[in-house]
Design a protein around this ligand. Sequence first.
Ligand code: ATP
Ligand code: MG
Length: 747
Amino acid sequence: MKMMHSSRLPPQGPETAKGARMTMKSERAILQDLNPEQREAAQYFDGPLLILAGAGSGKTRVLTYRIALLTGPEGVDPGRILAITFTNKAAEEMKGRIHRLVGPRAGAIWISTFHSACSRILRQEAERLGYRRGFVIYDDDDQLRMVNRIIRDMDLDTKRYPPRLVRSLIENAKNEMVDADTYRKRIRDDLTEVVAGVYKNYQEQLFRNNAMDFDDLLLNTIAVLELFPMVLEHYQERFSYINVDEYQDTNPAQYRLVKLLSERHRNLCVVGDDDQGIYSWRGADLRNILEFEKDYPDAKVVRLERNYRSTRVILEAANHVVSLIAGRKEKRLWTEREEGEQIRYFFANSGNDETAFVALEINQLMESGGYGHRDFAVFYRTNAQSRPFEEMLLRFGIPYKIVGGFKFYERKEVKDALAYLKFLLNRDDAVGLRRIINEPKRGIGEVTLAHADAFARSQGIGMWEALQRAEEVPNLGPSACRKLAGFVELVEGLSSEIEKLPLPDLLQVVLERSGYLDALAREGTFEAEGRAENLQELKNAMVEFNSSNPGEGLEAFLERVSLVAEIDLYDEEEGAVTLMTLHNAKGLEYPVVFIVGMEDGVFPHLRCMGSTESMEEERRLFYVGVTRARDLLYLSGAAYRSQYGNLKMSPESRFMRDIPRQYLQVIKADEPAVVGERKEGVRQGELDVLAASFSVGERVIHDKWGEGTITALSRSRSGPEVTINFPGLGEKLLLLEYAPIKKAGGA
Ligand code: ATP
Ligand code: MG
């Protein structure tokens, strides 16, 4: 494969002030690095300024250069500038760049995320709200523990009101600046009534503990500014120049904060792209950017149309994707970069073929020279998709890192599940025991465990034996005894299945009987859904293990997993391939990008296919993904994936239809590598007869998906196909040969 990347820009890795060469730039030199529109924006210091422009047009660069110019020799005091980025990583990068442009003066500029800026302000001001010196910040886990305790203290059932769900409802309320009292007025049902109670309690306890959660950082900053005019004035003076990147993804609280701080001087520069709004599910509101001109009628608006990032092919494809979104502000990006290579599209027969393809392409590009591992990124829709790629990359010896998430075998639910399995084999594993004994919650608390532990010590026995003899443990009430006995019974029951069941089934039984899956289902949050997906993915890992290691059992599987989990091929020099979700990819760029799992139901995600709004957000997410690529873009998917031992068939992602054919180089898949079990006795001729008996518009019943309507009949090399629209699931393309369907109504 011939590569063409003469115009590659240096990799945009994290640059810190320390490592950077000190080449302070003169104002003239800085301006030379910008095109006329960018220059105009970078030099517009006074009054509201909106830079609304597409991906890769240099928005972040303008913001960075603008700050450098502001602080120039005759410029403003750097201490009066505030810059807000979306992630800490982005803040670090911006700091490094500005440092290189202006030198040590950059140190006084506040460049951070909303959360860090607020926590810095509150370190000074929180006492005014009644907090004591040195408040602490509660992270997700602390929050959850607290919510959990409150629910139980209120004598409510944590099964009926899952703590994670309650927490996420509280978070949503906070994002929209709805406080506990206001929330109470909006009670709609049983659940919101409980949430209102927990919310109030939760805030009181946080306050008593001199603690804030992440949302409080924003809300308390707003509160202190609104309640104390002197404080407001102080910070308005202090931050006379405010700059916000990725403004399209601000939520109402962030919007309010920006508004307050900038009210006095009105030197507010916001930068963003409404086509890249992908966080509405977390409370972000596109209106913040779309209505900026309404908020500030005198705002200067700058549009940037030249893209510097991507080849023409990639850019044209992206333009096309985004043009399909209704009611957007029309923008059209152009580039002077070369046409570049076509987007490579590979729709594999199996998931395994897809991962192998990605690894092989990376190796080939590395060999052809010019690329390092750090130049590659693999983006997927949901975290669970990382697992097969992680394993394939390890098999190829390709170092990788996961940004904004954990590696598959480091994820909590995966570790929990493995801890159960390990414990079934080894009852002396006290650490594992601690991990699983109250996970999911079964009311076995610290106190019970402390009693059991003391008993174990006094008898010179292990913890497990102490649990088996719970009746003898001093100070244990009957209820605690019962719970321990229940747990012992669970473990023993599960152990007796080890020999009987194949690995994936064993895991399923563990997850079911332990109540783990139920607990996730009850939570019903996006996060819980992701955790459940990861557990299903663990089952897939077992299926794969079984087929490549016939005859091996649980022990061998666990051993292999612990090896995988420990390998770390990371090499500073070469860097590593980056794996991340599409959501995390915002603002970044890579020479070579793979977007994997291009299948309907995966991307776009099944959950989002039901409404126009969420489909639009999915399409914006696709746009974000495509526009991360500089030189080469790969799209890939797989027709069949093994899912818990069965084969799942998916049609190609409908997003593939959004990319004009001339930009695609379709890489042919070989004959099906994996196929399902053939229907007994069905031969090709009979299949054709069967196919002919169906017609478009006819209703059929699928074993798993229920009733649907045939929307198309087609034929591929593998035989006759049928496309069926299932209500709520969308369209599925199935090979007639394997499709478990029959005619509805028994006709
Ligand atoms: P996104 O919407 O993805 O956040 P962006 O609009 O913030 O993109 P940048 O990341 O600032 O775009 O710029 C994209 C790339 O183009 C970067 O590598 C940047 O250095 C480069 N670039 C931007 N403007 C210029 C310019 N005038 N000359 C040369 N390179 C430029
Ligand atoms: Mg940017």
